[in-house]
Design a protein around this ligand. Structure first.
Ligand SMILES: Cc1cc2nc3c(=O)[nH]c(=O)nc-3n(C[C@H](O)[C@H](O)[C@H](O)COP(=O)(O)OP(=O)(O)OC[C@H]3O[C@@H](n4cnc5c(N)ncnc54)[C@H](O)[C@@H]3O)c2cc1C
Length: 458
């Protein structure tokens, strides 16, 4: 595949309008680097189609010109999957931001792939319905990008990840065929599930243009608590107790003192508890009726009253969440982090953390390792600060240690370019061969997001 010939820009302008083909480096810059600043490269063009038919025409032109295409939603991904490596056309889905009415008979709605999670949440407010996936990138991340990465977030323990919310999809394949399964029929076993195949395919198999999303009933009564504990084993014991005693459990998040201190400094926040703790657990319960008694009952006997703060109104709940959600920003402010998003079987989480810091230091003596994550899912975000962006010795150490403990090298952010060469740590040769065969079948010219997800072949 080649970089864009000048004729292609004209051809694409004929499809989407000249205003939506960007070539000026000042205008393309925001599409070329990811949020961490670790990944990216120059795009030959950025093209912003307005619908599935335009996406199909853009793809046809790029396939004919043999120019690779990088689909991009909100560019909030953390593994370099949505940014160019050099010379690709960035296909931005941002203009496909429609939000349809709630289909109350089905508890579903239709959205454009470029609508953000935050816009969907505001759209649903007051409707009695809610969306089952939520995370800290909500104002940037698009629903199409979230489906393409099978995003997770804070409520997976209750509602599952993005895959569980996708009831239908419209997508454009490299052949320019548009597949459309948007009726919302709840059961549909008519052969292979192509929308399901595209969930988590990171823009390598097709471009998602619209989604039919499943909704969950809004739970108006929510309480949030932040508890301090002495170590991760105590945090896991608390999780065990919460799971059994609090059916309204909605989120269980984890962070450590070192990450909290960065957040406190960055956002100028007070210390959340009267004394410092090595480990913090953020807990949320949501129900139709006030779940405070249920939460208090579950915490009783495990966490002493002085070691926990509870919030029931929106402002104080948000204030507690800020300690967790500002981690990404506070760590980015310290330098360019290596972000490893891994999932451990819960029984292996503490043994993994026992070894983690020493293993990273062995690989990169300058490294500072900050860990936080979604405790309820065994999902840790391991952030390594210090090594140069191109030095991935620490990345390899973390991913190998994860595999040794039976974990997955990607819990929710995907593989992108960041982890492509370590895919074999989580997938066997047979599985990788099938993935490569599917890629060849759907994208024989290798135009869709090359170099992402699958390991390099040479
Ligand atoms: C503060 C913060 C917190 C976050 N927390 C979480 C979290 O808790 N859980 C979580 O899962 N993620 C989290 N993320 C990561 C990120 O928000 C998700 O990966 C999100 O799904 C990416 O959506 P996007 O629209 O920004 O996609 P992009 O970053 O633009 O793209 C991501 C990948 O999807 C592909 N893609 C994008 N749109 C399409 C499309 N329409 N069709 C086909 N392929 C497409 C791209 O090519 C790329 O491979 C967080 C990010 C930030 C900044």
């Amino acid at each position: 595949v080649d970089s864009a010939p000048p004729r292609l820009a004209q051809e694409l302008a004929g499809v989407v309008g000249a205003a939506h083909v960007l070539a000026d480096p000042e205008l393309t810059a925001g599409y070329e680097t990811d949020l961490t600043g670790r990944f990216g490269g120059p795009a030959s063009l950025v093209v912003r189609p307005g619908g599935a038919a335009e996406v199909a025409a853009v793809l046809a032109a790029c396939v004919a010109a043999r120019v690779p295409v990088v689909p991009q939603g909100g560019n909030s991904g953390l593994v370099g999957g949505g940014v160019p490596t050099g010379g690709e056309v960035v296909l931005s889905l941002a203009r496909l931001d429609s939000l349809g009415p709630v289909d109350t008979a089905a508890g579903q709605l239709t959205v454009g792939a470029g609508a953000t999670l935050g816009a969907l949440q505001r759209h649903l407010s007051g409707s009695g319905w809610a969306f089952g996936v939520d995370h800290g990138g909500r104002e940037v991340a698009t629903l199409g990008g979230m489906a393409a990465t099978n995003a997770g977030g804070a409520n997976v323990l209750r509602h599952g990840s993005m895959r569980a919310q996708v009831a239908g999809m419209e997508a454009v394949l490299a052949s320019s065929d548009v597949i459309r399964r948007m009726s919302g029929a709840i059961k549909d076993n008519a052969g292979l599930d192509l929308p399901g195949l595209l969930v988590g395919s990171e823009g390598t198999l097709g471009i998602i243009t619209a989604l039919r999303l499943r909704l969950v009933p809004a739970l108006p009564a929510t309480v949030t608590a932040l508890a301090g504990v002495e170590d991760v084993r105590a945090a896991l014991a608390l999780l065990d107790q919460l799971r059994r005693a609090a059916p309204s459990l909605h989120a269980v998040e984890l962070f450590h003192r070192d990450g909290l201190e960065l957040v406190i400094r960055r956002r100028r926040l007070p210390d959340p508890l009267p004394r410092p703790f090595p480990v913090y657990v953020l807990i949320e319960c949501a129900a139709r009726q006030d779940p405070l008694d249920e939460l208090a009952g579950a915490l009783g006997g495990v966490v002493s009253e002085d070691d926990v703060v509870v919030a029931a109104d929106t402002a104080s709940r948000r204030a507690l969440w800020e300690y967790r959600e500002a981690h990404n920003e506070a760590i980015n402010a310290e330098g360019i982090p290596h972000k490893l998003d891994v999932c451990l079987p819960l029984g292996e989480l503490a043994p993994f953390l026992d070894e983690l810091h020493a293993r990273v230091r062995e690989a990169a003596p300058v490294a500072r390792t900050i860990v936080y994550g979604h405790l309820g899912d065994g999902n840790l975000h391991v952030n390594v600060l210090g090594p140069a962006p191109g030095d991935d010795a620490a990345d390899e150490a973390v991913l190998r240690l994860t595999a040794e403990h039976g974990g997955s090298i990607s819990a929710e952010h995907g593989i992108g370019v960041a982890k492509a060469r370590w895919l074999h740590l989580s997938r066997g040769p047979g599985e990788i061969a099938v993935m490569a065969a599917i890629k060849r079948a759907l994208d024989p010219a290798g135009v869709l997001n090359p170099g992402k997800l699958l390991p390099p072949t040479d």
